[in-house]
Design a protein around this ligand. Structure first.
Ligand code: FMN
Length: 343
């Protein structure tokens, strides 16, 4: 069977199947099952900037009862019924997971603005985090802040987290950069060790009955994977950063696709929430047999075999493929459009 051990941001994982950030953090038994099924590491759910700031503001109000937030400021802060305020419960959980699991536990910080909250990275390392995944979930809502200003702010934040801690920092990105390779190059200069592509964006729908926003969080399907494969194929071999995929990995073949496109690891959440922690074993078995079928002796040997690293002109390759796909489209049997109508 192929050797599945992989490097990940300065760590050595027994397999490339990582339990992604999710409510599974709160369920030690499930995590132990994931570990027994072969998971290479686990990422905790995020500690949010807003949780830390809310605690700091609450302390401030307590010290000076004359200082109170106005109603508008209050709406930016999480309700304590939804969020634990402060970092202590998170740090306690991290210590517990570290104690009970043998696989590396990666902590997740989630925020967008520069501030003292980012120094918590150092407390997370002291509590036993093997690495820190910094999630830059950021939705542009300002008409005056340009994309480059927004990215410059993100880079400042990343650099403050990297400087605050001695453990490797991994950045979880969104797909919406004008130039992902250029942004990744900046992360590389700052000492980031790996990136995870991509955040799934929370896309609230409109509930026409309630005339309100519906806050369902649909789980992913494998249809979300190609966006990530494409990004890995562009970046692999052309950056020092290791690449991880999150979003749409449901089977061993999905993991094999990501590895062939250049991912060192793949994170899995939806598939585990749907099928249970034992599904890690199914994914690993599928990955092993696919790599063996393709003649690879190890996951590292397969890594990046389908990347654009060897394409002499990746930009021309992208354009050509795009044009080819549009030009070669043919209606399937039963399609409503007749070929002669299309021409
Ligand atoms: C219920 C739920 C909670 C999640 N919580 C977090 C979180 O706290 N931090 C984070 O970075 N991602 C979080 N995610 C996103 C997942 O880590 C992952 O990136 C996403 O679900 C895509 O992977 P999948 O297709 O395997 O589900 C959450 C996802 C779900 C479904």
């Amino acid at each position: 069977m192929p050797d599945l051990a992989v490097p990940w941001a300065g760590l050595r994982l027994a397999t490339p199947i990582v339990v992604g950030a999710s409510p599974l953090t709160d369920d030690l038994d499930s995590l132990k099952e994931c570990e027994a099924a072969g998971a290479g590491a686990v990422v905790m759910h995020s500690l949010f900037e807003e949780q830390i700031i809310a605690e700091q503001m609450a302390a401030h109000r307590f010290i000076d009862s004359h200082v109170d937030m106005d109603a508008e400021a209050r709406t930016f802060l999480p309700e304590s019924s939804v969020f634990n305020l402060g970092a202590k419960p998170y740090l306690d959980r991290l210590r517990l997971l570290r104690e009970r699991l043998k696989i590396p536990v990666i902590a997740s910080l989630n925020g967008t603005s520069l501030g003292s909250w980012a120094h918590l990275a150092s407390d997370l390392a002291s509590a036993g985090a093997a690495a820190i995944e910094l999630n830059l979930y950021d939705v542009a809502t300002s008409f005056t802040m340009s994309g480059s200003q927004l990215e410059a702010g993100q880079l400042l934040l990343v650099s403050s987290v990297v400087r605050a801690t001695r453990v490797p920092v991994i950045v979880k990105l969104s797909p919406f950069y004008s130039s992902l390779p250029a942004f990744v190059r900046e992360l590389e200069k700052m000492g980031v060790r790996g990136i995870v592509v991509f955040n799934r964006f929370y896309q609230p729908n409109v509930d026409l009955e309630a005339l309100d926003v519906s806050r369902d969080l649909p789980l992913s399907t494998s249809a979300e994977l190609p966006l990530r494969l494409h990004a890995c194929a562009i970046l692999a071999g052309r950056t020092q950063l290791e690449l991880g995929v999150t979003g749409g990995v449901h089977s061993g073949d999905d993991a094999a696709r990501a590895i062939l496109c250049g991912a060192s690891i793949t994170q899995v959440v939806s598939a585990l929430l749907q099928n249970g922690p034992g599904h890690v074993r199914t994914i690993i078995a599928g990955l092993e047999s696919r790599l063996e079928m393709l003649g690879y002796r190890s996951a590292t040997e397969a890594c990046g075999a389908l990347s654009l690293q060897r394409a002499p002109d990746p930009h021309a390759w992208e354009r050509l493929n795009y044009a080819r796909m549009l030009q070669s489209w043919l209606p399937r049997r039963g399609s409503y459009m007749r070929l002669d109508e299309r021409l």
